[in-house]
Design a protein around this ligand. Structure first.
Ligand SMILES: C[S@@+](CC[C@H](N)C(=O)[O-])C[C@H]1O[C@@H](n2cnc3c(N)ncnc32)[C@H](O)[C@@H]1O
Length: 331
């Protein structure tokens, strides 16, 4: 049934969204960021608009939901959402780091900013976009189809050492060196199935089981490289924080440790009081925390949510409230 619906959506050239699309950690995100009537929220990763709708219902007709996504299929979803949106809304199709800078130029001071990082179910399920090792498709993986760099270029044109570094740094793949060598040996690698075969060919049979699908980490790594995901996050977090007024909230859901570590480090650093060097016994800096952590530990989905939606299993939500305008020491 789902396959038939997906195929007819693809035939009609629209993104397929399962009728039961459930945004990850949604009640937790809404409770922590606590949208109030009349407030302005920025959803940096609109996707299929699952979180956006729940938030907009709380913002009401006096509030505004500013939606950002770099994928044109998300813009289509937003058009549908805007037809009966519970709040005012507008859409910015751009990289979120650039869009946040644009909002700064407009002097927008949103009450909260949301990130739900990584790729959407819509992107994974659009088999022809090559995000998934489960479907055979041309190597692509671009969230923004207008950008030049695709997975085909990474796999077929980047030097072996650079591919190995991508697999190691973005996929934490132990066999990065052998996989990169195998990919280069098999060039041209034109489809996801050929890439999966190259990865499997580089991993000894005894290691192919037990850590999930053998291509999972390499596909994640190549996707992160193609879309510059970690660089975008590193640029966006400080921009988002700067945009918030005192009392503003920032919430981020991440799906792997490379993202979560960045979000955690960023927020924990802002929440630190004293920033004197450790060798100074008494605080002389008088530095005040700029953030109040709304999640001491990252929130994870309940076993029931993971059961309903296995893709949520690696999600972590972290959030903080702004206490002070940016300290001059950190500016
Ligand atoms: C996990 S999905 C969001 C799902 C959404 N919260 C929902 O409820 O449907 C992530 C979305 O963020 C977008 N995205 C990822 N990185 C981005 C970036 N740097 N700039 C803009 N959009 C980005 C992707 O295109 C994707 O649509």
């Amino acid at each position: 049934m789902a396959i038939a619906a997906r195929q007819s959506a693809q035939a009609a050239n629209i993104a397929y969204v399962p009728p039961d699309h459930e945004p990850v950690l949604a009640p937790e995100l809404v409770e922590i960021l606590d949208p109030q009537p009349g407030e302005t929220f920025v959803d940096c990763t609109f996707g299929a608009g699952g979180h956006a709708r729940l938030i907009a219902e709380r913002l009401g007709p006096e509030g505004e939901l500013i939606a950002i996504d770099r994928d044109p299929t998300s813009e289509e979803r937003w058009r549908e959402f805007s037809a009966d949106a519970p709040s005012r809304t507008r859409f910015l199709r751009a990289d979120f780091a650039a869009a946040l800078e644009g909002l700064r130029g407009e002097n927008v001071r949103p009450d909260a900013i949301v990130f739900d990082l990584g790729m959407s179910s819509m992107q994974v399920d659009a088999w022809e976009r090559g995000f998934s090792y489960a479907y055979d498709a041309p190597l692509d993986m671009r969230m923004d189809p207008d950008q030049g760099l695709s997975a085909a270029e990474v796999v077929n044109e980047w030097p072996q050492e650079r591919i190995a570094a991508v697999l190691r740094d973005y996929g934490e793949e132990r066999r990065a060196g052998s996989i990169a060598r195998e990919i280069v040996k098999r060039r041209p690698v034109q489809t996801t199935s050929e890439l999966v075969a190259a990865i499997k060919g580089a991993i000894p049979p005894s290691e192919r089981f037990g850590r999930g699908h053998p291509a999972k980490r390499s596909f994640q790594a190549i996707r992160i490289a193609v879309n510059g995901e970690l660089d975008a996050l590193d640029r966006a977090l400080p921009s988002a924080w700067q945009l918030l007024p005192v009392g503003g909230r920032l919430g981020a859901i991440s799906f792997h440790s490379l993202e979560d570590r960045r979000v955690k480090r960023f927020l924990v650093d802002l929440a630190r009081g004293c920033i004197c060097p450790p060798e100074i016994p008494v605080c002389v800096c008088g530095h005040e925390p700029e953030a109040d952590l709304l999640t001491r530990k990252a929130l994870a989905p309940s076993p029931e949510e993971i059961e309903r939606n296995p893709r949520s299993s690696s999600a972590h939500l972290r959030a903080a409230r702004k206490l002070l305008e940016q300290s001059p020491r950190r500016a």
